[in-house]
Design a protein. Sequence first.
Length: 518
Amino acid sequence: MHTEATESHLLYKRSIEEGILFELEREHQLKVKEEVRSKLNELEAYQKIEIDRSASAIARVEKYTETRREMDKRLDRQYQRKIAEVLDKHLSAIQRDHEQRSQIEERRIRDDAALEEAKRREKALHEEKVRQERAKAEAEAKMKAEKLAEAQKKALEEAAERAAKEAAEKEAIRAREKAAAEVAQKGPMEQKWTTGAETTSEVRAGNLISKDECSIVPKSMQLPGVKVLAAEAALKMEANRLKMYDEVAGKTHMIAQKDFARCERQIIKYVKQIAGTIENVRTRARALINVIKDPACPPPISILLFAKTVVSCENFGIYDHTAFACGHVILLVTSQFPVTMDLVLAEFHKACIYTVPKHLQSSNPAPGTRDHLKMMGYHEDGKIQISESDLNRVRSYMKLYAALIQTEIEGIRNPHGLKEAWAWLAMFLNALPANEYTAAALESFLKMAGFALFRRYKSQFQKILDVISRSFLPALKKRDQNKIVIEGRLEQYLNEKMYLKEPEGWRLESSLRSAECK
């Protein structure tokens, strides 16, 4: 279009005015274009300047922000440090205060303890002084009572000795007359079975006592018309224990029965409650010791009542499962009152002569007659023959005696311990004949004490068992050919080596089985 216009201008000749106007218009356009171009350059320069200025401002802002952030961090660390220092000072002050209070409290406790200790010592000194005064008064009263009792006892013994001597003489005369016909029919008495070389050696430290020593009987122990078969040492010990027993028993008659009836009932109750558990044994022993210490009844009388009660075996079999528990109770009581063991052993000797051991043999009436059985301590029930109940009584006493003699408690010494069981066995085999009584006693003793004796003496104990097998059993069979029950028991014990097995109840249980089953 413009070209056409130019061409038209070139084609057509214009006037000078039009040419000037055209030039002015073209110059104006060029000027406007130049102004626009200049203005654009200025705007671009200004924009660049503004961009640079904005970038610089942003950089300054970022730098300021970073500086401010660093300053805040530094101030925060200073603030945290100051807080930690203040807190540490506060905790240190609290700790110092606590330590001061603890020291004050400890000092107060020490002062109180020192004061209490001083009071306790003062009280103990006072109690000791009172106890000594009381003991002195009791000793004086006891001495007076003993002198009076000794005088009364001496008079009673003299009277009893005279009466016994007269009665024994009359009984001997009557027995001789009564046994004359029986002696003619039955023939002479059999000799003792201990004729082998095995029974003629010593027992000290594990061997047997000599036969000659066992045959010696002190004159004071001899009875009219009665042959006492026992070791001299055993008879002396029996005499000493019975003497002590009689002295204590004499004091009981000086006090009214009502004064210690309650004590006796308590002792019977606690003894009947003994069972084969550790806790039961400790509890019953503690209760019995408290009863004996009760000032309402003098200790000697309480101990005598305890000895009578614990040794009572009239109902045979009552101690089959609790014999060892009773042995522990007796030993625990003995640890507090040493005289208890002597009184208990005296009760054993009074109840069963085979605990000595000894055997009484009548010189006139034949064994098996009523007089002989009464002399042996059996109950009279209208029958001349030996009853099974009498033999069971012997077994019960021997089981309890054997259980006691082997009882061992840590920290407590048994004054009549296992060495006495060894001595008893040796004296028994050397001094006593083989018959139904002694066989029952021996079988019961071995059943209860054989296990402990084998553990202690090993081969030495087996030698004694060999003596029983080679000498005692043949003598028993020869003497009582029709009595095979007790022989069978002894043979079974030896053949099956039952001494290798713990007897029932030997080891106390921690609790009752009935309680565990619930």
